[in-house]
Design a protein around this ligand. Structure first.
Ligand SMILES: C[S@@+](CC[C@H](N)C(=O)[O-])C[C@H]1O[C@@H](n2cnc3c(N)ncnc32)[C@H](O)[C@@H]1O
Length: 305
């Protein structure tokens, strides 16, 4: 890709405010070039799923151009965790920072976006100046205990190799009574996604294989110590008028079907669009969990600052 991401260590004031052990803040404004993408050793970490490589460093521009935050998900995250101006929020697998940026803009909260992909973080840095960014993966979250009032991920959990251990490492990062939310697709959602299921039916089987079951995630959250585990479903109907995102493969599942199946779907969609808009439905399940208040004393004493 040849792009350099400008990274630097954050100042002590920010580290103290955000209560973080170590993280790097991507910005084009102030820092020396820290790493060249081509030389970065672990840009593919966590991107290989069931033998199908999803290279997000190669998808960064398509994502930046074609993907946005689902307003229903955004509203549910903000309301569900009562996010306000003093809240500290972590977006795990933030990608181009769609959700991180919108959360910061709508609430004035302090938002950290974390992603393993330098390409995604480069796009995020270009479009989300108000969000602090760092490189990292679920499975090695680089933050101190009790750092966040809300930690969420959208469309990421199917990339996490060991979800049980992810939830175990996530719980201590939350303050007492704070919430975590995993936004993902259930089996039923995968089977009924439109226009994907109609035009790219191969994506259904591919995603049923790679997405963890919601019930399993609930069990893992409970085993990790989360309380008040609850499900919420949001739905947004919209009109598809442009095959561009599908042509650009701005959905990772389109990388899991054959070139012939993808091309056939795009051609069929483009032909149908000459007759008028196509029905689109974006649905998500939000899996909520809370760090119990009873953990408060243990967490506070362990977090001696
Ligand atoms: C489908 S994109 C979603 C991006 C963003 N959350 C959004 O909804 O716009 C998936 C993101 O997960 C990131 N990712 C992959 N493996 C990860 C891991 N183990 N931990 C955290 N993020 C990961 C990818 O780099 C990519 O940016």
């Amino acid at each position: 890709m040849g792009t350099s991401l400008w990274l630097c260590s954050v100042g002590a004031d920010i580290a103290a405010n955000a209560n973080m052990l170590q993280w790097r803040w991507a910005t084009r404004k102030t820092c020396r070039p820290y790493v060249d993408v081509a030389a970065w050793p672990d840009t593919t970490e966590g991107h290989t799923v069931s033998g199908h490589p999803i290279d997000y460093d190669a998808l960064d521009e398509a994502y930046a151009r074609h993907r946005g935050a689902n307003p229903r998900v955004l509203r549910a995250l903000i309301d569900g965790a009562s996010v306000g101006a003093t809240s500290r929020v972590l977006d795990i697998g933030c990608g181009t920072a769609n959700y991180a940026r919108a959360t910061a803009a709508m609430t004035g909260s302090r938002v950290v976006g974390m992603d393993p992909s330098i390409g995604m973080l480069t796009q995020a840095a270009a479009h989300a100046a108000e969000v602090r960014l760092c490189q990292g993966s679920a499975g090695g979250l680089p933050f101190r205990r009790c750092s966040f009032d809300l930690a969420f991920s959208v469309d990421v959990i199917h990339h996490v190799p060991d979800t049980g251990s992810y939830y175990r490492e996530l719980l201590p990062l939350l303050g007492p009574g704070s919430r975590a939310c995993t936004v993902t697709d259930s089996d039923e959602i995968i089977r009924t996604r439109e226009p994907l299921a109609t035009y790219f039916p191969g994506t259904v089987e591919a995603d049923l294989r790679r997405y963890p079951l919601v019930s399993r995630l609930q069990e893992e959250m409970a085993a990790a110590g989360f309380a008040d585990i609850a499900l919420e479903t949001v739905e947004l109907a919209y009109e598809v008028t442009d095959p561009g995102p599908y042509r650009a493969k701005a959905f990772s599942c389109l990388h899991l079907i054959s070139e012939a199946a993808w091309r056939e779907g795009v051609d069929r969609m483009a032909a149908d669009l000459t007759l008028g808009p196509i029905r689109g439905v974006s649905r998500y399940v939000l899996i909520w969990g809370r760090k119990a208040a009873t953990v408060r004393h243990a967490a506070q004493s362990a977090d001696s600052r």
